[in-house]
Design a protein around this ligand. Structure first.
Ligand SMILES: NC(=O)c1ccc[n+]([C@@H]2O[C@H](COP(=O)([O-])OP(=O)(O)OC[C@H]3O[C@@H](n4cnc5c(N)ncnc54)[C@H](O)[C@@H]3O)[C@@H](O)[C@H]2O)c1
Ligand SMILES: [Zn+2]
Length: 351
């Protein structure tokens, strides 16, 4: 088994191994003294893995409560969140009991937010079941829900007591959902690990998923431990996200997050090349890595429109946008870019 320690204010471990799901009970029993657990999952994940986890917890002496909600980002709402709080209250969960978030990022964010706020905070254990949730969203303590005005607009920082990753569950993941996670993993390679980047650009990495997850989680853990509340270095994790979010918006959220981030990374690389910060040779390497993972490298929206939307992003400072720009594969930095230069820079680098 691989483990990664996350040194946040309340430290915890991410455990990664094939087949771990069946020992979720022993794992949780070592993390908490309480023997009451509430499993929250979406309907798809509950049907696939809910019974396995419930049985594992039951065998380890837990009284298990279960709640499901309809899958999908469109249900990451205040209404579903309120339903989860009602469920915790109706079942008289106490502050010492544990919410088990079993699922992708939608479940992790929403169950985490319910745990962060029910009785002013109870424990949450994360059992991610998508590649995106394993390499990214289950670690770092960001929880929340979407509002009609935008994504993730209500939430809280609430670190989990532990994270359990069983890559065997990824077998049932649809290919495009797997690709979303691959985009975030490639992001970690671009940010600070050239070897990881090349692994993800190679055909055989599905055989080494445990190492890939371990490496991504280690990078995220290091960045988050130094900046738990997202005030400084943690913004590096936004590589590909400034324009990625704008692309998601322009597509009316028909383009999935990871796909939009893939295009966002290509655009950020073009801008970096246009500014003379990045070697032109990085662009074809990135494009190839994304294409090998069935990810897009272009989106049909003009840069002016994307820049306009990105200006409303929370990282706005005057007429400049804070961009995470690659300097090389495995090296990035935060750079303020004047908004009016974006179309010119992107076009320059596209030639
Ligand atoms: N908290 C953070 O730091 C952070 C970071 C990145 C993304 N996010 C959030 O994560 C969310 C996206 O996460 P996601 O891509 O995991 O979405 P998701 O949770 O909606 O999962 C995608 C789909 O896959 C299904 N699924 C999950 N596991 C499965 C499995 N093992 N087999 C078959 N189907 C399975 C789900 O039912 C769902 O339909 C977004 O809401 C985003 O805002 C949060
Ligand atoms: Zn992301």
């Amino acid at each position: 088994m691989k483990t990664v320690k996350v040194h946040t204010t309340s430290p915890y471990e991410v455990c990664i191994a094939r087949g771990l799901l069946a020992s979720a009970g022993q794992w949780l029993a070592e993390l908490t003294g309480s023997r009451v657990a509430a499993i929250i999952a979406d309907d798809t994940v509950d049907a696939l893995y809910g019974d396995t986890v419930a049985r594992a917890l039951g065998d380890a002496g837990f009284t298990v409560k279960r709640k499901t909600f309809t899958h999908g980002e469109c249900n990451k709402t205040i209404a579903t969140y309120a339903m989860l709080l009602d469920f915790l209250a109706e079942n008289r969960l106490t502050r010492s009991d544990t919410v088990v978030a079993l699922g992708g990022g939608v479940t992790g964010d929403m169950a985490g937010f319910a745990a962060a706020t029910y009785l002013r905070g109870m424990a949450v254990a994360q059992i991610p079941t998508t590649l995106l949730a394993m390499v990214d969203s289950s670690v770092g303590g960001k929880t929340g829900v979407d509002l009609p005005a935008g994504k993730n607009l209500a939430g809280a920082f609430h670190q989990p007591i532990g994270v359990l990753c069983d890559p065997n569950v990824l077998i049932t993941l649809p290919h495009d959902v797997f690709a979303d996670g691959a985009a975030e993993a490639i992001k970690y390679g671009m940010l600070c690990d050239e070897a990881l980047f090349h692994t993800l650009a190679s055909a055989g990495y599905h055989q080494q998923l445990e190492s890939v997850i371990e490496r991504c989680v280690s990078i995220k853990a290091d960045i988050c431990a130094g900046d738990e509340c997202d005030l400084g270095n943690r913004q590096l994790l936004n590589l590909g996200h400034t324009l990625g979010h704008a692309i998601e918006r322009c597509s009316h959220y028909t383009m999935p997050h990871g796909h939009a981030v893939a295009v966002g990374m290509v655009y950020a690389t073009r801008i970096a090349i246009g500014l003379g910060l990045c070697e032109p040779g990085c662009l074809p390497l990135l494009v190839e890595a994304l294409q090998k993972n069935q990810l897009p490298t272009e989106a049909p929206y003009p840069m002016e429109a994307l820049a306009e939307i990105a200006l409303h992003d929370k990282k706005r400072a005057g007429d400049t946008l804070m961009f995470v720009l690659p300097l090389a594969i495995g090296q990035c930095k935060l750079v303020p870019v004047p908004v009016q230069r974006l179309p010119e820079l992107a076009a320059m680098a596209a030639r």
